[in-house]
Design a protein around this ligand. Structure first.
Ligand SMILES: *Cc1c(COP(=O)(O)O)cnc(C)c1O
Length: 369
């Protein structure tokens, strides 16, 4: 038995429920190509999120690549370096130039006060990230996008189920992408989706994910293959039934972390944002070495000695990775650089026991100098 505690643990439905649902596939032999379960998951997700359209994809990364491609963008795209590399890769793989904007200290999303100074005549879109499920300032971003006629595509990979003013966060912008990767709050093993309103965009997305094939004789675009198969769609249908129940368990874990860490000198965590229903997807803390006594990297190492595996999300900054630091020029990313040196995400998954949460907090309290 592995007694280590890892940063996350994939949610799985009861075994029998999944087996029961995949049984009919041995009758139908219809395993993929927008089958019955694919259709069902799209409609269930639309209902659950309360959004107009959902296009399932093979993973979140391809969802973002396809969404950007379907918008026919060119030139520069303003985005954040404080994210998973996938966000930037999807921009660059569309032959677009990423222009990194700094983040704000408050919630670590893109600093909306610094977007306008980065806009040039080449700018065609903004790709903000709802990092850790913290929502961006969607209202300010919409104003800026309108003023300069830019598209907004949100990377909402962390934000499944998050609402702002009682509306799904994925309903903001021209499109949002979700990731249903095994490590995310809702998973289809691997999977993702584009959430959008425009029917025209939906038509493009469908072509892009299916080789541009419209019917047996008509191929009207140079599409790729980003379809989700029936086995994974069924995993999604099963997991979706438990997602609210899991969120309640996560909520209790998060409130325990907050209570136990409260008052530890030099440890900062994030409070709930205004008018937001969170999804409790991650629990990042920021370490102030001067007050806490030791630095982030030392805390990471010390916790590991006790079998507690935290993660330095997001370190290194995307702008400092081998593939971007050499080829692009960036300036004024002070806050993102600073946070990325001091952030640590603590274990968080629905089955993490409250006892273990308290043990982790106790260790953090004792390790500090
Ligand atoms: C997970 C993730 C992705 C990519 O999603 P996959 O489903 O793993 O392809 C993109 N952006 C962010 C911020 C993510 O965390």
């Amino acid at each position: 038995m592995d007694n280590n505690i890892y940063v996350t643990r994939s949610s799985m439905p009861p075994y029998e429920e999944y087996i029961e649902m995949i049984k009919p596939l041995w009758e139908s032999h219809k395993l993929t190509n927008m089958g019955e379960n694919h259709k069902k998951l799209e409609s269930e997700l639309k209902k659950y999120l309360g959004v107009k359209n959902v296009s399932l994809m093979t993973n979140g990364h391809m969802a973002l690549e396809m969404a950007l491609q379907a918008m026919h963008l060119s030139g520069e795209v303003i985005t954040t370096p404080f994210t998973f590399v996938s966000t930037t890769h999807a921009i660059v793989r569309n032959n677009l130039t990423p222009v990194f904007c700094d983040i704000n200290e408050r919630d670590l999303t893109i600093d909306v006060d610094k977007i306008e100074e980065l806009i040039t005549e080449k700018t065609s879109a903004i790709v903000p990230v709802h990092v850790y499920g913290h929502i961006c300032d969607v209202e300010r971003i919409e104003q800026i996008a309108k003023k300069y006629n830019l598209k907004v595509i949100y990377d909402a990979a962390h934000a499944f189920g998050v609402t702002y003013k009682d509306r799904s966060i994925t309903a903001y912008g021209d499109a949002s992408i979700l990731s249903f990767h095994a490590t995310k709050v809702f998973n289809t093993i691997e999977g993702g989706a584009v959430v959008y309103e425009s029917e025209k965009l939906g038509h493009e997305l469908y072509g892009l994910k299916n080789f541009g094939i419209r019917n047996e004789l008509t191929i009207d675009g140079v599409g790729a293959n980003a379809k989700m198969d029936e086995f994974r769609a069924i995993m999604g249908l099963c997991n979706l039934k438990y997602v609210d129940q899991e969120a309640r368990k996560r909520e209790l874990i998060v409130s325990t972390y907050q209570k136990e860490l409260n008052g530890i000198n030099g440890i900062r965590y994030f409070d709930k944002q205004k008018s937001v229903r969170p999804n409790y997807s991650y629990f990042p803390i920021i370490i102030d070495e001067n007050k806490y006594g030791i630095c982030r990297d030392d805390l990471y190492d010390r916790l590991k000695e006790y079998g507690i595996f935290t993660r330095k999300y997001f370190y290194p900054l995307v702008s400092n990775t081998e593939c971007y630091s050499k080829n692009y020029y960036y300036k004024n990313l002070e806050i993102a650089s600073n946070i990325s040196e001091r952030v640590l995400t603590l274990p968080l998954y629905s089955e993490l026991s409250i006892e273990n949460v308290k043990r982790i907090c106790g260790l953090i309290n004792n390790i500090g100098g």
